[in-house]
Design a protein around this ligand. Structure first.
Ligand code: ZN
Length: 176
């Protein structure tokens, strides 16, 4: 009965993104079958929202990603972090000096000027191009239950067409 209930929850597209990571951990720990556990890990995708406040900014999402990944109880594997948007991206870079993020934004503005003859009628071609340059996903290593990042590294959502509410999806791949 418990297993049937869990299947319903996980396969319902309406609430797929609403399975909180602590519930996931509970489900995961409650099940003893290794195969069923593997199935669950492949099926659950986590989601959280990020609200940007400016047209362009880098938002540090490291703490959110770390707490989500570590709360699932996954020991070793990968966390694929992905943004389902065309005018924001993700990157990993320095989390100590905020001037680094400001410099990256400044250099992107210089490299992709607003006054080119863009054809895209929405008028936000620079945001699309900058998002492609940053990329839509980053893969993070999870080892011994912890997210592995360098001392000075943070994970940033790169907003190029804000302010908006953005979604971040996280899919975990457990290797053992
Ligand atoms: Zn557009």
């Amino acid at each position: 009965m418990l297993e049937k209930t869990i299947f319903c929850v996980i396969h319902s597209p309406w609430i797929l993104n609403l399975v909180p990571s602590n519930i996931y951990k509970y489900i995961r720990n409650a099940l003893s079958s290794k195969n069923f556990k593997k199935f669950l890990i492949g099926e659950i995708m986590f989601c959280f929202s990020v609200q940007s406040a400016k047209k362009e900014e880098f938002i540090d999402i490291t703490a959110k990603v770390r707490s989500l990944v570590e709360s699932t109880g996954i020991k070793n594997g990968l966390a694929c972090v992905f943004v389902p948007h065309t005018t924001c991206g993700l990157t990993i870079n320095e989390n100590a000096d905020p001037d680094v993020r400001a410099d990256i934004l400044m250099a992107l503005r210089k490299a992709i000027p607003d006054n080119l003859a863009f054809a895209h009628l929405e008028g936000n071609s620079t945001a699309h191009i900058k998002a492609s340059l940053m990329g839509s996903s980053v893969n993070l290593i999870v080892e011994k239950g912890q997210l592995q990042l360098g001392t000075w590294q943070g994970v940033f959502l790169c907003e190029f067409d804000g302010p908006r509410t953005r979604k971040v999806w996280v899919q975990m791949i457990e290797t053992d």
